[in-house]
Design a binder for this molecule. Structure first.
Ligand SMILES: [Zn+2]
Length: 225
């Protein structure tokens, strides 16, 4: 797999800081599982953050560590939480055909997803995530049949996409399996699945998409959560 499109610095920094929305973080973590380049960038950011912390006043640091110890569960506590939630028996890459951060959220293998048709040639499957109260956005798998086009749309917030199978082409270039598309509210794009294979993507948005043109009436109720 040759990955050509990667996580943007701002998105990776927000992920490292723990300030990225949970649904966007799932897409980032799944790309990180397969992308050594982005893992190296993340490590560099974490190292830099560590250096900055070391340069802080010792008293400040001591206080920060104490505060962290109070809010972050110990490893043993984390493991007992995992067992309690059933996550310890989580699905694997072998079960689902996707990397673990996503595999844990899949209802089945990628081959057996109960797709819901949006328009002919385009279907989706919503995934659940820990949604804060009042938080908008979505996390979904999207399948585009060969040659089919997603309606042109822009974003009122951020949209991150990881291509799991197949490929699409849009105004920004060609995106193949493993590639990460990191779009903000300045992008207006219209992806077309451009091979003989279905294009399957994992997409998260932190605000409703804004569709332009004919399809808007059709799709807004579905996407515009
Ligand atoms: Zn990457």
């Amino acid at each position: 797999m040759t990955i050509r499109h990667h996580i943007g610095d701002d998105t990776l920094m927000a992920y490292a800081n723990g300030t990225l929305a949970e649904n966007l973080s799932v897409v980032v973590a799944t790309h990180l599982a397969i992308c050594p380049k982005c893992r190296r960038s993340l490590t560099m950011m974490e190292d830099m953050a560590g250096l900055l912390l070391m340069e802080a006043e010792p008293l400040e640091l001591a206080r920060t560590e104490r505060e962290l110890a109070e809010v972050i569960p110990s490893r043993a506590e984390q493991e007992s939480l995992l067992v309690a939630s059933g996550a310890a028996n989580s699905r694997s890459y072998v079960d689902t055909g996707v990397p673990v951060p996503l595999a844990n959220r899949m209802p089945s293998s990628l081959d057996d997803i109960p797709w819901r048709t949006l328009v002919p040639g385009v279907s989706h499957f919503p995934l659940t995530w820990k949604q804060a109260e009042g938080e908008k956005g979505a996390l979904r798998l999207l399948k585009i049949a060969p040659g089919k086009t997603l309606p042109e749309h822009s974003h009122s917030g951020q949209e991150v996409t990881l291509i799991l199978r197949g490929s699409y082409i849009d105004e920004l270039g060609r995106f193949q399996a493993g590639d990460f598309a990191d779009l903000d509210d300045t992008t207006n794009h219209q992806p077309v699945a451009d091979t003989a294979e279905d294009c399957i993507c994992l997409i998260a948005t932190d605000a409703p998409l804004k569709f332009s043109g004919f399809f808007s009436r059709l799709l807004q109720p579905v996407f515009g959560i």
